[in-house]
Ligand binder design. Structure first.
Ligand code: 13P
Length: 335
């Protein structure tokens, strides 16, 4: 087993998943302001430190994706954040893209940037303790989109990123996200997501990526947020499994879904059904941002000193999703 493969398996084995706590300062400011909390480096650290020191970390959270600010911060007892994460047997990771910008010649689509100088930034993050990374390409569905131009250029960037990350002995999380925004059908989501993932792996293979040391972070197959033709969770699971079985090379050890605007319970229920029906060899787990943090953030915002209460809320969601990653969740467990 290669070193990269064992890192990927350490992160995702036994129902463990990933906590995506890599919101940029701009995104985190939006999240904090939505619950009337001032977005300062101290407040961002305080909330995140509460999550990373929760008791569920060691059994549920195999890896944490950090943002540049957080990986360089120290805890209140002067411990580095990556050390805190390692101390509970979880793996520190880092978001390395620098965001999605308007794609030239297709102004309603985005291209993710961050390749310039990446090799040197990766060396620095490795020294700080990171052993995996994240890069997100983003696509919207309309009649004309995603265009071939957007699919090809983002896939190419994901492959160049993955090659540099593996050169630096880290596992790349490859995240081609087809957004839920819009009124498209689940069938449209299935068709577009399949095209995006297939193209992405064609590029990864051209760039000689070791697929056994990659984690794919896809969206689930869902109808658009404004669609009036929502589909049942069982159908979500069926279409998601079919899409991944047809599009992902078998060498890939694990798939960790993003939550992408689903409610906490929806994201858990869908993951549970995917695992109940999983007829593939892929580990199917979670790499959730909002679906792991939303309730905890709400709780914390009411009393910033109630760390224990905040951790209790976070622990519950982490445990529910770890049950779901093994197909062992049920609604009754939520009470
Ligand atoms: P959500 O689970 O909130 O979609 O965030 C996951 C993520 O890391 C998006 O890049």
């Amino acid at each position: 087993m290669s070193e990269l493969n064992s890192i990927a398996l350490k992160i995702l084995s036994k129902g463990k998943g990933i906590l995506a706590a890599d919101e940029s300062n701009a995104t985190m400011t939006k999240r904090l302001e939505s619950v009337n909390i001032l977005s300062t480096p101290e407040n961002r650290l305080s909330f995140r430190q509460a999550l990373f020191s929760s008791s569920s970390m060691s059994n549920c959270i195999g890896g944490v994706i950090l943002y540049d600010e957080t990986i360089k911060q120290k805890t209140s007892i002067n411990k580095n954040i990556p050390e805190l994460i390692q101390s509970v047997n979880s793996v520190p990771g880092i978001k390395v893209d620098t965001g999605a910008k308007i794609l030239a010649n297709s102004p309603n689509e985005k291209i993710t940037e961050g390749l310039d100088g990446l090799r040197d930034r990766l060396k620095e993050y490795y020294k700080l303790g990171a052993r995996f990374t994240k890069w997100r390409g983003v696509y919207n569905i309309t009649k004309e989109h995603p265009s071939k131009l957007a699919i090809y250029s983002n896939s190419h960037a994901l492959a160049r990123y993955s090659a540099l990350v593996q050169e630096c002995n880290m596992v790349p999380i490859v995240e081609p996200e087809v957004l839920m925004d819009g009124n498209h059908s689940a069938q449209d989501c299935f068709t577009k997501t399949s095209e995006v993932i297939k193209r992405c792996f064609e590029e990864l293979i051209s760039h000689k990526i070791d697929l056994t040391g990659v984690i794919l972070k896809p969206n689930m197959i869902l109808a658009g947020a404004d669609s009036n033709k929502k589909i049942h969770s069982k159908e979500v699971a069926k279409l998601t499994l079919k899409c991944l079985k047809d599009s992902v090379p078998i060498e890939v050890p694990g798939i960790a879904f993003l939550s992408g605007g689903q409610s906490e319970i929806e994201a858990t229920e869908n993951l549970n059904l995917i695992n109940k029906e999983n007829n593939t060899d892929f580990i199917m787990s979670y790499s959730y941002g909002r679906a792991l943090q939303q309730s905890a953030l709400k709780h914390w915002s009411k009393n910033l000193d109630d760390i224990e209460g905040t951790q209790k809320v976070f622990n519950h969601r982490a445990k529910m999703n770890t049950f779901a990653a093994q197909g062992k969740w049920s609604k009754e467990l939520e009470n």
